[in-house]
Design a protein around this ligand. Sequence first.
Ligand SMILES: [Zn+2]
Length: 164
Amino acid sequence: MKYGNPVLEKPAATVTVFDDELRKLVADMFESMYAAHGVGLAAPQIGIGKRIAVIDTSFKEDPQAKLELISQETIHTEGTQTGSEGCLSLPEFREQVTRPMRITVRAQDVTGKTFETTGEELLARALVHETDHLNGKLYIGYISALKRDLMKRKIRKLMKAGEW
Ligand SMILES: [Zn+2]
């Protein structure tokens, strides 16, 4: 789902059922994310309004870097970092976005077990970015009004051309 689809701007629903369907969805999300060369994907991005996200900042290099995050919530953030950020729902665009340098989140895995994880730098950026998706927010909300208008204008043009 690209920017403009209302599912991306609605808060997602909490997951209450941990079954095979959920495991299948999470596996599909990893596949879609890798296919799109992303390091994170949230369920609203594939049109599903549920609090589910997957992240792999190692992009298949490190199996332990694969994170399945069900109903994640932020517990603590620290510091700031400013860097280039992209989003699979805003293809071809990248902007400088300021994010926390370190973040701790609490989430459940696909079996419903609660865990906490802390990420720094790129992982912190991915964790905040995906949490935002679950709250119906996109990074376009954090850039200057001038850049945002420019981006929206480009997107409108692409929409008219049938390329968005
Ligand atoms: Zn995104």
